[in-house]
Design a protein around this ligand. Structure first.
Ligand SMILES: NC(=O)c1ccc[n+]([C@@H]2O[C@H](COP(=O)([O-])OP(=O)(O)OC[C@H]3O[C@@H](n4cnc5c(N)ncnc54)[C@H](OP(=O)(O)O)[C@@H]3O)[C@@H](O)[C@H]2O)c1
Length: 525
C-alpha cells in the first residue's frame, strides 16, 4: 500500500517505452540491467546506438557489447530464459548517431522513432577530460539539439539528461542542485533566465576553424585542438573540455526544452557498483582507479592531492537508480525542469586521505587476492599524497633534469640508464595534469533534492532503488568491494590484455586504456 502522493516506479514505467542513449557505456549498462531485473512490465527499452568499426548495426553491438557483458551474469544465472526473452521481445535497437540531425535517420524514420518513445534517458557523452574541442562540443553540447528535436517530435515527452556535478566548474564551497552560475562574468542570462550560449559556441567554432586552417600536420592538429579546449575551458571557468562542454550542454538543453519536462541528473565521480547487480562491478579503469593503478603497478609513489579534500565518489548502481527515479517522477509529474545531484560529499563525505588509507590497508592485508591489480605483489613503497605546490616544484626540477639527460642520450646515442625515472616523471605528470583538479577538490556537492525525491517514492521502491549515499560503508566499498571489482572486471590478465591491445579497435571519441602499461588517458566524471 502506498499513499496517493507517493510515486511508484514500477507503476510509472509499466507499459512505457524508454529510449536510452549511451547504452554501450558503463552507466548505460547498469541502467539497462536494473530495468530488466526490476521492471519486467516495461513495454520496451529502445537503444540508440551508432555503428562502430566492428559492428555496423545497433543490434550487433547490443548482442556483442551489451548483452555479453558480465553485468548481466546475475540475470543470466537466475533466469536465463527470462533474460533471453526480454532481449528478444523488449529490447529494440536503432542504429543512429546522436550527434547528427535526426540521428542520421530519414525524416520518416526519425518521426517513427519519436512516436515509439515515452521517455528518454540521454547518457551518451564523450567523457575524456581532454578531448579535442570540436569533438567534445559535438557530443556533449550540440547533440542536445538533436535530442530536443526528438522530444518535441514525440509530443514533449520527458527527458532525463545525464550531466556531471563537475559542471560546477571552478565554483568553490557548497554546490547545489541548481543551474550552475559560472565563475566567469562572460555569460549573460536572457530575458527568460537562460544562459544564451549560442554566441559563445559560434566563437568557439570560429577558433576551431582557425586552428584547423593553420595546422597542416594531423598529429599537431589533434594536440592543438586539445589545447584549445583546455585553454577555452580555463578562460570561461572550467578545468577541462569535458566539464565545460557538459555545462554548455545543460544550458542548450534547458533552453531548447524550456516548455518540456526536463530532469538534469548530475552524478559525481561514478565508480564500481556498491550492491547491485553484484558488488564491485565496473567496466574499465575510472578516475580514481587511474591513480590506484599507478600505485599498484609502482608507476609512481606519490600524487598531488588535498588529504582533507572530499573526493566525491558515487557507486554506479546508486546513479542508475537515480536516473530511474527521475524518469518515473517526470512521467508522474510532467511539466517542470528539475536538477538532481548523485553525490556523497554532503551526506557521507570521504576524504582523500581516508580513501588512500582504506585502499592501501586492504592492499596490505590481502594483496594476493588482487593478482591482476598487484601483479608484482605488494608495492615496495607507500603511496604518498603531497601538497600540489610542493609537487609542482619537485616535478618541474626533476622533469628539467630528466629532459636534459634524455636529450643528451638521444643526441650522443648513449643508453638512457634512467629510463625508469623518465617513465615515472612522465606518468606522474600525465596523471597530475589530468586528475589533480579532482584530487584537490574545493567544492561540496549537495543532494538534498534527490533525497527528497527518494522520500516521495513508495517504501518498496525506496528499498528496490536506493539512491541514498548514506548507506555506503566506505571501509567496505573502498576496500574489498572496489578492489575486487577492479581486479575481476576492469583488469584483464596481462597476457589477454596484451593480445587485446594488439587487436584494439578504436571507437571514435574513446581512448582505450591499455591497462598493461598503465597509460592513463581517460577519466570520467
Ligand atoms: N563515468 C563517470 O564517472 C561519470 C560521472 C559523471 C557523469 N557521467 C555522465 O554519465 C554518462 C555516461 O557516462 P559513462 O561513464 O557511461 O561513459 P562511457 O562508458 O564512456 O560511455 C559513453 C557512451 O556515450 C556514447 N558516445 C560517446 N561519444 C559518442 C558520440 N560521438 N556519438 C554517439 N555516442 C557517443 C558511447 O557510445 P560508443 O560506444 O558508440 O562510443 C557510450 O555509449 C555521460 O553523460 C557522462 O557525462 C559519467
Amino acid at each position: 500500500m502506498f499513499t496517493s502522493n507517493e510515486i511508484s516506479v514500477k507503476e510509472q514505467l509499466a507499459g512505457k517505452r524508454i529510449l536510452i542513449t549511451g547504452s554501450t557505456g558503463f552507466l548505460g549498462k547498469v541502467v539497462i540491467e536494473k530495468i530488466i531485473r526490476e521492471i519486467s512490465d516495461v513495454e520496451k527499452i529502445i537503444l540508440l546506438i551508432r555503428g562502430n568499426d566492428r559492428y555496423a548495426a545497433a543490434r550487433e553491438r547490443f548482442d556483442h557489447e551489451i548483452a555479453a557483458s558480465t553485468i548481466f551474469n546475475r540475470l543470466k544465472d537466475a533466469d536465463p530464459a527470462y533474460f533471453r526473452q526480454f532481449c528478444t521481445d523488449k529490447i529494440e535497437c536503432v542504429t543512429g548517431e546522436v550527434t547528427e540531425k535526426n540521428f542520421g535517420l530519414s525524416g520518416e524514420a526519425f518521426t517513427l522513432l519519436a512516436g515509439r518513445a515515452d521517455v528518454v534517458i540521454h547518457a551518451a557523452a564523450c567523457v575524456e577530460f581532454r578531448d579535442q574541442l570540436q569533438r567534445a562540443l559535438r557530443i556533449n553540447t550540440l547533440s542536445s539539439l538533436n535530442i530536443a528535436d526528438l522530444i518535441k517530435a514525440a509530443g514533449n515527452i520527458p527527458l532525463v539528461h545525464v550531466s556531471t556535478c563537475y559542471a560546477h566548474g571552478f565554483n568553490k564551497g557548497d554546490c547545489y542542485e541548481e543551474v550552475v552560475v559560472p565563475t566567469s562574468k562572460a555569460f549573460q542570462r536572457n530575458a527568460k533566465g537562460f544562459y544564451d550560449v549560442r554566441p559563445l559556441i559560434a566563437k568557439l567554432q570560429k577558433k576551431i576553424n582557425d586552428v584547423q586552417k593553420n595546422c597542416s600536420r594531423s598529429d599537431q592538429l589533434a594536440s592543438s585542438l586539445v589545447e584549445l579546449g583546455i585553454k577555452e575551458s580555463h578562460r570561461y571557468g572550467w578545468n577541462d573540455t569535458y566539464t565545460f562542454t557538459k555545462w554548455l550542454g545543460e544550458q542548450m538543453t534547458m533552453e531548447a526544452l524550456q516548455d518540456s519536462t526536463l530532469t538534469i541528473v548530475r552524478p559525481a565521480i561514478i565508480e564500481s557498483t556498491y550492491q547491485e547487480p553484484t558488488p564491485g562491478w565496473v567496466e574499465s579503469v575510472k578516475v580514481a582507479d587511474a591513480i590506484i593503478l599507478a600505485y599498484a603497478r609502482e608507476k609512481t609513489p606519490f600524487f598531488p592531492a588535498r588529504v582533507e579534500g572530499v573526493i566525491d565518489i558515487i557507486p554506479a548502481d546508486l546513479v542508475a537508480n537515480s536516473l530511474i527515479l527521475a524518469a518515473a517522477e517526470a512521467l508522474a509529474m510532467p511539466g517542470k525542469h528539475r536538477i538532481y545531484q548523485c553525490s556523497t560529499g554532503s551526506s557521507n563525505p570521504l576524504m582523500i586521505g581516508r580513501m588512500k588509507h582504506l585502499l592501501q590497508s586492504e592492499a596490505n592485508r590481502n594483496v594476493g587476492a588482487y593478482d591482476r591489480l598487484f601483479p608484482k605483489g605488494k608495492p615496495k613503497r607507500d603511496f604518498r599524497i603531497i601538497d600540489r605546490r610542493l609537487f609542482v616544484i619537485a616535478m618541474s626540477a626533476l622533469k628539467g633534469v630528466v629532459t636534459i639527460y634524455d636529450g643528451i642520450c638521444k643526441f650522443t646515442g648513449m643508453i638512457n640508464r634512467i629510463r625508469k625515472v623518465t617513465d615515472f616523471v612522465n606518468t606522474t605528470m600525465k596523471l597530475a595534469v589530468t586528475f589533480s583538479f579532482y584530487a584537490s577538490p574545493k567544492c561540496l556537492f549537495h543532494n538534498d533534492k534527490l533525497m527528497d525525491l527518494a522520500s516521495r517514492m513508495t517504501p518498496a521502491d525506496r528499498s528496490a532503488f536506493p539512491v541514498d549515499a548514506g548507506i555506503i560503508e566506505w571501509e567496505l566499498y573502498m576496500g574489498p568491494i572496489h578492489l575486487s571489482g577492479l581486479n575481476r572486471y576492469a583488469l584483464k590478465d596481462r597476457k589477454t590484455a596484451r593480445d587485446q591491445a594488439e587487436k584494439t579497435i578504436r571507437v571514435p571519441s574513446v581512448v582505450n586504456i591499455p591497462v598493461v602499461d598503465g597509460s592513463l588517458e581517460r577519466g570520467t566524471v
